[in-house]
Design a protein around this ligand. Structure first.
Ligand code: NAD
Ligand code: UD1
Length: 353
């Protein structure tokens, strides 16, 4: 079967002739949802993760949804020998590179940890890819590379790298540069950079969701922990922004839509470097997120308004035309869908504990 025949929607499609893809960080939040969507489309998926911020049981959860448990390697990107062992017999056609540390606040306190893990880890990965002739890579970048551009619909051609306020964001910007240089030096390289906006939600089965080992500082995992009673109340960081209700607005994308964006990207790889925003194009405020969660849970979510968080912008949202036109991908699910699925995951997870 020609992979061009595959539609992004519709039924599952198992076949034996599809590409073999290694997901680094594949037991994590976005990687695990992407594994499901790729397996559903018939790809042969393997996962590498050091389990720093995810759990091995995610592999069983992937199997519950897809009927297939991906082969797993507990390896750190910084472990050159371990990486080599994975690649030696891997015969991968493609790598989707999710693995990285992502806690913004911690990256300010421990910059070297972030630069070493994210940058050196990526360099090790790229060295293995070069040695074993793997030419395709999809990289998890972030809207953070657009820096301090506030309130404008962000397009891929806009300036990046200026006004990034933390080492985490710098690593995303630097890795983008590294990938561009690698592709310049080897014209057969096929590089797709996906700039995610704010992923939220869970798999509709309730089996997969966001379950970080570390203390979260993003809105949605905090809302989840308030709802389970692990955190007393949500701090709403500022209600004096120039937005309709005064709270910050972001482009929240359902994680399953985001995962499907990777399938779309995998289908359209070609030599060179291609960059796409993965967002919805719509901005939602913090208070609108609170309301949406309350609607889904049927419970009031305790919150208090505090001063702004340093480095936050009023409104960040994507122009999503490029992904639509070139990848044929658009986000289809809503914030309400994300909240419904988050509740399913919370219920599943609380029973599992
Ligand atoms: P996550 O923490 O759930 O998943 C990342 C995985 O990478 C984890 O399972 C972790 O154990 C693994 N990992 C980290 N360092 C590793 C190393 N040195 N070797 C092997 N494994 C390692 O995070 P996520 O939300 O799924 O994010 C995936 C990627 O997307 C990350 O690169 C992140 O920076 C990027 N991203 C995430 C968001 C977001 O809000 N979630 C937004 C933009 C970009
Ligand atoms: C943050 C990071 C960004 C990273 C992105 C995705 C900062 C300054 N930026 O962006 O680099 O790419 O996560 O990982 O940390 N909010 C509250 N209370 C909270 C938490 C958040 O009101 O307890 C608000 C924020 O002010 C913001 C919105 O919720 O308006 C979303 O915040 P968050 O989930 O942290 O994402 P970003 O700020 O977009």
């Amino acid at each position: 079967m020609d992979k061009g025949d595959l539609s992004l929607d519709g039924d599952w499609c198992y076949n034996d002739s599809m590409e073999k893809i290694l997901l680094t960080g594949g037991t994590g939040y976005i990687g695990s949802h992407t594994a499901v969507e790729l397996i559903k489309k018939g790809y042969d998926v393997e996962i590498l993760d050091n389990l720093f911020n995810s759990k091995i049981t995610v592999l069983d959860d992937i199997a519950k949804i897809t009927g297939k448990k991906p082969r797993f390697y507990q390896v750190d990107l910084l472990d050159e020998k371990g990486m080599e062992d994975v690649f030696r017999d891997g015969n991968y056609d493609m790598v989707i590179h999710f693995a990285g540390l992502k806690a913004v606040g911690e990256s300010v306190e421990k910059p070297l940890k972030y630069y070493e893990n994210n940058i050196s880890g990526t360099i090790n990965l790229l060295k293995c890819m070069k040695k074993y002739g793997v030419k395709k890579i999809v990289f998890s970048s972030s809207a953070t590379v657009y820096g301090d551009q506030d309130g404008v619909r962000l397009t891929e051609e806009m300036q990046t790298g200026v006004g990034i306020t933390n080492p985490y964001g710098q690593t995303k910007y630097m890795i983008e540069q590294i990938l561009k240089d690698v592709a310049l030096a080897d014209r057969e390289m096929q590089v797709t950079i996906l700039r995610y906006f704010n992923p939220v939600g869970a798999h509709e089965s309730g089996f997969l969701g966001e379950n970080p080992n570390d203390i979260p500082n993003n809105l949605m995992p905090i809302i989840m922990k308030v709802s389970t009673g692990e955190i007393e109340k949500l701090m709403v960081y500022g209600d004096d922004y120039d937005t309709p209700d005064g709270t910050g607005m972001r482009d929240y994308i359902h994680v399953v839509d985001l995962a499907k964006g990777h399938v779309a990207a995998a289908l359209k790889m070609k030599p060179g470097v291609y960059i796409y925003n993965l967002g919805t194009g719509k901005a939602t405020s913090v208070l609108e997120m609170v309301k949406a969660f309350e609607l889904a849970s049927g419970e009031e979510l305790p919150y208090t308004v505090t001063p702004r968080r340093a480095g936050d912008l009023a409104k960040i949202y994507a122009n999503v035309e490029k992904a639509k036109n070139e990848l044929g991908w658009v986000a289809e699910l809503t914030v309400a869908d994300a909240m419904r699925d988050t509740m399913k995951y919370l219920n599943y997870y609380s029973k599992k504990k």
